[in-house]
Design a protein around this ligand. Structure first.
Ligand code: NAI
Length: 809
């Protein structure tokens, strides 16, 4: 009996997989129909490139050429943008239902041709057919189905919103067709037309998709595909007739695009790199965690922006987990991607393989221990062994840089707090995976990791309904879900709002009446004696503080009467304020009910001082505006107190055994440059949504009437607002904005001003890629409830984090 068992086990162990190649015949025949030479897809037809000729796309598993691909020039891009612009009106004139039918037809067509698309993806990219067949293409279809639904519901669910217009989309090579779906489906559902540029290494499935657009009868010009390299992408980014850019790719190129679009009104979303932590606690099911790692870092050869590339192990299980992991790595099969038994396919291109080799060599040089299993690699093609680094220092290259290859860097931690600290010790913030059998530990840690997606006891799961996107240098904006659709929409009124004229933004909006008002405020003293000098200070960390510079600037009334002086804040003051905001972050975890109470209390105290405030404000903006500002400010405080516990997340039900909790999280520390013309109402309209959401703010009050800071901090001081939640630094907006934009600990910047100020805010923030929200130099009527408050503001005050929680045994 024993003997027989041993033999069976031995036999089982010695058994090898046979060869199980996927048939590529139909996909190759499809390529042959085009004589393996592809032009651009513009205005519903194929067009040869005007200049630039063709470049080759090849199969990374063999090095063999697959086809010639058109290199897009600026002229080609221009033709595609023109086609998209021409198609826009007709596309928008369709009913939402008609657009929904097109998206539905695209989903069906993807399903009908799923095998061909999978094979094309695999031969162009090198990923295992199992992945393209079972992950990529089904998710592509799901994305079009899901967004067919949004197209149908658009009018009901987004009243008052309109599409951005012509959208330029640039995608990478790691999930070529899936990234196309993530970009095109929401854009079309929202009523935009599209020019998409696939990556130069992997253009084939985008071209196959163009064929599907013809097959479903999509109106010409609604989708245009331009192929080419980075220069083609650049031409699309700078094209003046593009209304929005959506980009997925490297952080470096993301930065360049941020700068290149700063001086335009193009809306921008960036999905960039990552260095995602994979955190394993001692009570985790270690075997499951090992399988999770196989999906987390070896999916798609590790060329995944959200790959779990940093393994953080609790010290007590580190040795055991490492042993289990190495045993599993030794069973991974690296081989031809079209073979259905292959786990790890080919690296997309030689340059990428060299990048991986270079970074691994740096890791070794830095002293980390590098381990690879003794498994064979095919003799031809671009392959790399699964690789494990241990003994990694948290600041080393392999722990910090995105390698984008099958390379895992392992580190240890002792406590959950240390795990969170290590997990957040990165410039990125795209995803994380947390493994623990304790729901308390897992959810607590998930909530504290700064990442757009956190998978509990699972990894690399995606669904069209659950938004995906990053914090910090992983970019901004979301793809998927309601929040992803918002990236392609704007309030209709906002596009039409007039630009602040030169100087119009700089001064208050004087009502006609104001010129007739007697001078009011501090300059008047009934007794005839000189008024007591009113000294306003900066307000930092809940304290009134003197400015670093020791200089003040004058504040005058509409009629030129000196009303008082305010400190001239500088770089150091902003830094102090940012530090104070950083220390006040517990505001984000203060219960919403309590945050609301503070805002109600502020309203109470504001209304008690109404008379005095109106009198002072009237000297600058006239009595009528001052009274309106006061009245609406109190209402706005009530509004945001109300919203505090009502702008809540949702629970998604993805088609797996998971729920995903879409939590609305505050962004962190936000710099705010406030409108000039409405010193009180404008300040509160921008600061309150942020504070209601749990952010801490460093605000630059109206440059026309910065004295408002003095009134505001007195009210704050009597309203239980914790010190550091709202900080105020008066001074020159452009100078102070620059410091806020460049400061690494400022997580977002809201900037209201003329076009020059808004453009500078976007350009200067490119360094750390913080999210910037501006009025685009347009005038916002803060007296209007529709324009001046509500969801549009809150949508920008929060970012959505999706926490995936499994259920079942
Ligand atoms: P990349 O960022 O250069 O390419 C992504 C896309 O942007 C491609 O379509 C490319 O043609 C286009 N592009 C390049 N330069 C451009 C420019 N100046 N303006 C507009 N479009 C431009 O990424 P690359 O060089 O292929 O990979 C380099 C590294 O980037 C990888 O090793 C990886 O670390 C990271 N990466 C991250 C991705 C992600 O999904 N987050 C995807 C691809 C790469």
């Amino acid at each position: 009996m024993n003997m027989a068992n041993t033999t069976l086990v031995e036999k089982f162990r010695s058994m090898d997989y046979g060869v199980a190649p996927e048939d590529s015949g139909l996909a190759l025949a499809w390529l042959d129909q085009f004589q393996r030479r592809f032009g651009h897809f513009i205005g519903g037809a194929w067009r040869a490139p005007t200049q630039g000729g063709y470049f080759e796309t090849s199969d990374p598993s063999t090095g063999d050429k697959i086809a010639d691909i058109a290199q897009g020039s600026a002229t080609d891009v221009d033709a595609a943008v023109k086609a998209a612009r021409t198609a826009l009106q007709g596309w928008q004139a369709l009913t939402p239902h008609a657009r929904a039918r097109f998206l539905y037809a695209l989903a069906r067509q993807v399903q009908k041709h799923s095998r061909r698309l999978s094979v094309l993806e695999t031969i162009d990219n090198g990923k295992p057919i199992r992945e393209s067949r079972d992950i990529d293409i089904p998710l592509v279809a799901r994305h079009f189905y899901y967004h067919a639904g949004w197209a149908q519901l658009l009018g009901q669910e987004f009243p008052g919103y309109q599409a951005c217009g012509v959208v330029g989309q640039i995608i990478p090579w790691n999930f070529p067709l899936l990234m196309l779906a993530w970009k095109i489906a929401p854009a079309l559902a929202a009523g935009n037309t599209v020019v998409l540029k696939p990556a130069e290494f992997t253009p084939l499935t985008a071209l196959a998709f163009a064929e599907l657009c013809i097959e479903v009868g999509l109106p010409p010009g609604v989708v245009n595909i331009i192929t080419g390299d980075g220069s083609t992408g650049e031409a699309l980014v700078v094209h003046p007739d593009v209304d929005k850019i959506a980009f997925t790719g490297s952080t470096e190129v993301g930065r360049a695009i941020r700068r290149a679009t700063a001086d335009s009104h193009k809306k921008l979303s960036l999905e960039l790199g990552g260095k995602s932590p994979f955190v394993v606690f001692e009570d985790a099911d270690l075997d499951s965690a090992v399988e999770g790692l196989v999906d987390g870092i070896w999916l798609n050869q590790g060329q995944v922006c959200c790959a779990g590339s940093r393994l953080l192990m609790q010290e007590s299980i580190a040795t055991q987990l490492t042993r289990k992991l190495q045993a599993r790595m030794a069973t991974l099969r690296v081989g031809p991607p079209l073979d259905k038994t292959t786990d790890i396919g080919a690296i997309v291109a030689r340059v990428q393989l060299e990048r991986i080799e270079g970074l691994v060599a740096q890791g070794v040089a830095e002293g980390a221990s590098c381990w690879q299993p003794d498994i064979p690699l095919p003799s031809r093609g671009l392959y790399y062994k699964p690789t494990l680094f241990t003994n990694v220092h948290p600041t080393s290259v392999v722990a910090q840089q995105e390698i984008f290859g099958p390379v895992l860097a392992a580190m240890t931690f002792r406590t959950p707090a240390e795990a969170v600290e290590l997990a957040n010790n990165t410039a990125y913030g795209l995803a994380a995976s947390v493994w623990s059998e304790s729901v308390n530990v897992a959810l607590q840690v998930a909530s504290r990791i700064k990442a757009g997606v956190v998978w509990v006891n699972s990894t690399n799961m995606f669904d069209a309904a659950s938004g995906f996107g990053g914090y910090r240098e992983s970019g901004f904006g979301r793809e998927g879900g309601r929040e992803g659709l918002r990236e392609y929409l704007e309030p209709a009124w906002f596009r039409k709002a007039p630009l602040l004229g030169r100087g119009a933004g700089a001064g208050p909006a004087h009502s006609a009446e104001s010129a007739l008002d007697p001078p009011a405020g501090a300059a008047i003293d009934q007794s005839g004696e000189p008024p007591i000098d009113r000294t306003v200070k900066l307000y930092i960390g809940g304290k009134q503080v003197r400015p670093d510079s020791g200089y003040s600037i004058e504040c005058r009334s509409a009629k030129g009467v000196l009303l008082g002086e305010v400190p001239l804040g500088n770089r150091k003051d902003i830094r102090n304020a940012v530090e104070a905001a950083g220390k006040a972050q517990q505001w984000s975890t203060t219960m919403a009910h309590n945050r609301a109470q503070v805002l109600y209390y502020l309203a109470e105290n504001l209304s008690q001082r109404a008379q005095e405030l109106v009198t002072r404000l009237a000297a600058v903006v006239g009595r009528r505006q001052a009274s309106r500002e006061l009245k609406l400010s109190t209402e706005r405080l009530f509004s945001y107190a109300a919203w505090t516990d009502k702008y809540e997340g949702v629970v998604h039900s993805p088609p797996y055994r998971n729920v995903s909790l879409a939590m609305n999280e505050p962004i962190g520390t936000v710099g705010v440059v406030c409108p000039e013309a409405t010193p009180l109402l404008g300040f509160l309209s921008m600061v309150l949504p942020l504070v209601s959401a749990g952010n801490c703010v460093v605000a630059v009050p109206s440059a026309a009437y910065p004295l408002i800071a003095g009134d505001l901090y007195q009210i704050l001081e009597t309203s239980d607002m914790p010190g550091g939640v709202i900080n105020m630094v008066t001074g020159r907006p452009m100078e102070l904005m620059k410091v806020l934009a460049e400061h690494d600990d400022v997580d977002a910047l809201w900037c209201y001003g003329d076009e020059a100020l808004c453009a500078a805010a976007k350009r200067l923030s490119a360094g750390n890629l913080k999210q910037v929200w501006t009025n685009e130099g347009r005038q916002i009527d803060f007296f209007s409830e529709r324009h001046g408050e509500g969801r549009w503001y809150l949508d920008h005050a929060y970012q959505v984090k999706n926490i995936w929680v499994p259920y079942g045994e």
